[in-house]
Design a protein around this ligand. Structure first.
Ligand code: AKB
Length: 317
């Protein structure tokens, strides 16, 4: 029997593509998309959709009951840059939504949870290169604090109550369908849009800031592979390190310039520079590779080729 899945935060950058992929695998009617509003009409009209505020326990519970949900992907969150502007809102949304789904699973209402963590759990005292799975985590952003604390709660609910919760420390995710919102790694998406639309980009990080990144197709593959892995193979119930590519604004600029020779960039770092400087530049994800055979498919060049091709179609149909 196919899973009955609820995606909370389905209109966001990852939620949009996750919904489409899960519907391809499990059938449209077995995947309920939900978000706080109906801002993405194409997604809302593409299959079952519910308006759910991720902070509302009863709304999530009723939806799970009405649709016989067994698996929840909790994708709603305030990210690093927005979290610094609205710290209490970030804490409220990121923590309470997690407790709601963990408690539903503890009470037997759902069987499996995916909850995304992030490289934001790391901080300035973490080894920056090849950051190990188990290492110092002293995040300096509210978002990072919520993800670090969330990881501890996931592990606790797994150890104490047997809740099957799975998580990944996502790097920056690059995609051409839905825009990211409020993250520090967002420049790596904006730059492709601006290259096609305007031929120039003003980057809010400095040219040599190296960060771990990943193409959306790889991120979706990783998420689904982790959720399909046999439970007994998983040795991490906080969140898995995951990596694909690390690059700087200068690297991505040069990769775009190979396709668009007139493309220009300027650098004007803002408050997000301090956040980026506190994060690792590369990640050791050997545990994910060993436990559930993780392997990325896209390097920077392959990603740039797809991004430019798809965005050209979007802006010059
Ligand atoms: C952000 O920049 O806040 C996110 C993340 C790395 O989790 N993309």
């Amino acid at each position: 029997m196919s899973s009955k899945i609820l995606i909370i935060g389905a209109c966001g950058q990852i939620g949009t593509e996750l919904t489409a992929k899960l519907r391809e695998i499990h059938g449209v009617d077995n995947v309920i998309a939900s978000d706080i509003n109906t801002r993405k009409l194409d997604l809302v009209n593409s299959g079952p959709f519910e308006i759910i505020d991720a902070k509302n326990f009863n709304a999530i519970k009723d939806c799970c009951k009405n649709h016989n949900i067994d698996t929840v992907y909790l994708m709603a969150a305030l990210l690093s840059a927005t979290g610094e502007k609205y710290p209490m809102e970030a804490w409220d949304l990121n923590m309470n939504s997690l407790f709601h789904v963990l408690n539903l699973a503890k009470g037997g209402n759902i069987k499996k949870i995916f909850w995304p963590s992030s490289i934001a759990v790391f901080g300035p005292t973490t080894p920056r290169e090849n950051t190990p799975q188990h290492t110092i985590c002293e995040p300096t952003t509210v978002y990072g604090i919520t993800k670090q604390v969330g990881e501890r709660w996931c592990e606790y609910y797994n150890n104490k109550y047997g809740v099957d919760v799975r998580s990944i420390r996502y790097p920056g995710i690059i995609s051409h369908k839905a825009m990211p919102g409020g993250g520090t790694t967002d420049y790596a998406v904006e730059i492709y849009h601006e290259a096609i639309k305007n031929g120039s980009y003003e980057c809010f990080l400095s040219e040599n800031t190296s960060l771990p990144m990943m193409f959306m197709e790889d991120a979706i593959k990783a998420t689904i592979n982790l959720m399909e892995a046999p439970s007994e193979q998983l040795t991490i119930r906080s969140a898995y390190n995951l990596s694909a590519i690390s690059f700087t604004p200068k690297d991505i600029f040069e990769s775009i310039k190979n396709h668009l020779p007139d493309f220009e960039i300027t650098y004007n770092p803002d408050f997000r520079q301090a956040i980026a400087d506190s994060w690792p530049s590369s990640i050791d994800d050997s545990v994910a590779r060993k436990d559930w055979n993780w392997k990325e498919s896209f390097n920077l060049e392959a990603m740039t080729t797809v991004m430019l091709k798809e965005l050209k179609k979007k802006y010059n149909p």
